[in-house]
Design a protein around this ligand. Structure first.
Ligand code: KG4
Ligand code: ZN
Length: 335
């Protein structure tokens, strides 16, 4: 039997990414062109600029990935592409490129969910064992997802307002830090002390939902009040206090979820999974629990990439799932 090669395409936000994985788990090419520099001066992602960059970069990134893998198109088993959620114009650039390639080379096409991709980044580290729980923390999502088998996602809790990454970026902006703010807050938090008392939204007994907008507002109000009183708060202490609150809620809710849903594995996924404080806190809490394996992907597989898109694509391919050439961007796609 010949090897399976899945080519993944990801353009949902501000990274143009193409990757190829072999037999579901082995990365043979992984190329990411980041646009962060172009969006920085606007303090966030500008959708129109994102689409234009994707269009400019896609061919280059494709060619680089094919070169890295040293493969010919007739060896590619399927092309998987992010169908949503994301910025509609950005998504369309990747979808149209994937469709054109699929059509011209006669290769099956598979539209995939971006968050399913983030979760499946873990399968590039370790074979998944079910049932499992995934803590998804990205710029657009904060979710606890229960899986009893491959490609079967049950959202048991989600954010009611801002996503964790969104809160990081907004607080960073308030502190005058560049976009994306997550890594800057992370760095500052390690230099400071959590001296400021900030709220934690538990949302009632037994709830696995999250809310971060109150915390974000509390940070803004605290800075404002201090300024009015002529007190200067150190950015590093604000960062440390904010990060402590976010991590506290994420770890405690995940711990309660693990108590309620006995699982074999706990996966961490999404851009905020790159956070050093969060990684350390999860390791401390979960690495010595009997029968529970904690999986945390390396930083490059936490933030947006196409290897994760190929990883979920591989599972769907094995299940016989295909998209037709009418595949369209779906910015509000549900998991
Ligand atoms: O998953 P991702 O790359 O894109 C989305 O699908 O949203 O996540 C991007 C988010 C941004 O909000 C960014 O600030 C955050 O991940 N992020 C971090 C860190 N690295 C990236 N947040 C906290 N600490 C980090 N080290
Ligand atoms: Zn993402």
């Amino acid at each position: 039997q010949s090897d399976q090669y899945i080519l993944g395409v990801e353009t949902s936000c501000d990274e143009t990414a193409v990757a190829i994985i072999k037999n579901g788990r082995e990365i043979v090419a992984n190329v990411v062109a980041s646009q962060i520099e172009s969006h920085k001066r606007f303090g966030g992602v500008v959708p129109e600029i994102a689409s234009r960059h994707h269009v400019e970069q896609l061919t280059i990134v494709f060619e680089e990935a094919m070169k890295q893998a040293n493969l010919d198109f007739n060896e590619i088993s399927a092309i998987s592409v992010t169908e949503g959620p994301g910025l509609v114009g950005a998504l369309l650039t990747g979808i149209n490129a994937a469709k054109a390639l699929a059509f011209s080379h006669g290769i099956p096409l598979i539209g995939v969910h971006h968050i399913a991709g983030h979760i499946y980044a873990n399968r590039l580290i370790k074979e998944l064992e079910f049932p499992l729980l995934a803590l998804v923390v990205s710029g657009g999502h904060t979710e606890l997802v229960y899986m009893k088998e491959h490609a079967n996602f049950e959202v048991i809790g989600e954010t009611l307002d801002d996503a964790a990454g969104e809160a990081y970026d907004k607080v960073a902006r308030t502190l005058g830090l560049p976009y994306p703010g997550g890594p800057h807050i992370d760095r500052l938090a390690h230099e400071g002390k959590p001296t400021i008392d900030l709220p934690r939204a538990w949302l009632g007994e037994g709830s696995f939902d999250f809310s971060f907008s109150g915390l974000k507002s509390a940070v803004i109000n605290t800075l404002h009040n201090a300024k009015q009183k002529g007190i200067t708060l150190e950015a590093k202490d604000v960062a440390a206090s904010f990060q402590a609150s976010v991590i506290d809620v994420l770890v405690k809710k995940t711990s309660q979820a693990v108590d309620k849903y006995p699982v074999k594995q706990l996966l961490l996924a999404g851009g905020v999974a790159a956070n050093k404080g969060l990684r350390t806190a999860l390791e401390k809490e979960f690495s010595s629990r009997d029968g529970l394996e904690l999986i945390i992907p390396p930083l490059s597989l936490c933030t947006d990439n196409a290897a994760m898109i190929a990883a979920i694509g591989s599972v769907l391919y094995d299940k016989g799932i295909r998209s037709d050439l009418a595949l369209n961007a779906n910015p509000g796609l549900e998991l």
